[in-house]
Design a protein around this ligand. Structure first.
Ligand SMILES: [Zn+2]
Length: 337
């Protein structure tokens, strides 16, 4: 096995020569549309948002991924890599950092960071596992400390849109629940001028979404899986899919060029220790097949929908154009004073 370089904590996109303290919204070299995603482990971003990330990166938006832990406690699928596991060599974290980098390359995402410094927060393991109690586990991190690490990113990047999990983290994993809490608290604190001004000037995110999966799509996917030949020892159930909601709850659906779905599948494949992909299906370490979705769905929980009343948005930035315009005119007024 080759040595793995430590993952960088921040600042993956090219730094232009600008005035000190210039932030994303005031720099002409930074894309006008900026999307921030907060995830618990490497692979969650590709499974949940691979299509969305590929689409917005291809369209020229700045896509920033913050991953809270390196997933050190994950189970390892390929038998030849079993020694990486935390109960053996405990070298899975750096290996997964490399898998994440490969996945981001496939999705065209250049700005991916770990929350805080590399190694700051460790995978907490499944709920109830003894690893939950380790002092360095993400589950034990004081909320406002971890949120402050995110505030620094929010105030630097100034994203109009934030994507994270629902309050149950989609399926109850402690790191997913904590990632949700940190994302929501980070967004709140970033907007408060009295909170840690040394982390940058206050910034309010326009729209916040939680990942979800509409029940009809999930059921249809499992029907397709049962009707198709596949290589998995068994099939998962609807209950194994995180964030399943009634169709009527969904407020945004993102799809697009089939190349984005292909990029998502390739990104999931890059997480080789965690995911086995077989055509339009995949399995995690439980070996149970489940559908790989080419359309991703969201619940708008903060900000105004850009769609007509009763309709779903097909763009997470819908309605943001006006907000960007407002920022722009405020700046012109500022400059005129
Ligand atoms: Zn995860």
């Amino acid at each position: 096995m080759t040595a793995h370089p430590p993952p960088a904590a921040a600042g993956r996109y090219p730094q232009a020569a600008t005035a000190p303290g210039a932030d994303a919204a005031h720099r002409s070299d930074i894309p006008a549309r900026r999307l921030l995603l907060v995830h618990a482990h490497p692979d969650d971003e590709s499974i949940n948002n691979g299509v969305t990330m590929a689409k917005y990166a291809a369209e020229g938006a700045l896509v920033t991924l913050v991953t809270c832990t390196l997933g050190e406690e994950g189970e390892v699928i390929p038998p030849e890599l079993a020694p990486l596991a935390s109960d053996r060599d405990d070298t899975l974290g750096p290996y997964r950092a490399d898998e994440l980098a490969a996945a981001m390359e496939v999705l065209g995402v250049t700005d991916h960071r770990l929350l805080g410094a590399p190694g700051r927060y460790r995978d907490s393991g499944m709920m109830g596992a003894p690893q939950n109690e380790r002092p360095k586990s993400f589950w034990q991190a004081p909320l406002d400390e971890a949120a402050a690490d995110l505030v620094a990113v929010i105030r630097e990047v100034r994203p109009q849109v934030l994507v994270t999990y629902d309050p149950n983290g989609g399926y109850g994993h402690p790191d997913h629940i904590q990632a949700h809490r940190v994302a929501m608290r980070g967004a709140e604190l970033a907007a408060r001028a009295d909170f840690r001004p040394e982390l940058g000037s206050a910034y309010a995110i326009g729209k916040i979404y939680w990942n979800c999966n509409p029940r009809s799509q999930v059921e249809e996917g499992f029907e397709r899986l049962r009707a198709t030949g596949h290589s998995f020892p068994g099939i998962a159930t609807v209950d194994d899919v995180p964030g399943v909601v009634p169709d009527s709850d969904v407020t945004a659906s993102i799809t697009g060029d089939p190349a984005y779905a292909a990029a998502k599948a390739a990104a999931m494949r890059a997480h080789y220790t965690q995911i086995a992909v077989d055509g339009p299906f995949f399995a995690l370490s439980n070996d149970l097949g489940q559908p790989l979705f080419g359309t991703e769905h969201y619940l708008l929980v903060h900000g105004d929908s850009g769609a007509a009343a009763g309709e779903r948005e097909d763009d997470l930035f819908a309605g943001i154009g006006e907000m960007v315009g407002m920022e722009e005119s405020a700046r012109i007024e500022e400059a005129a004073e």
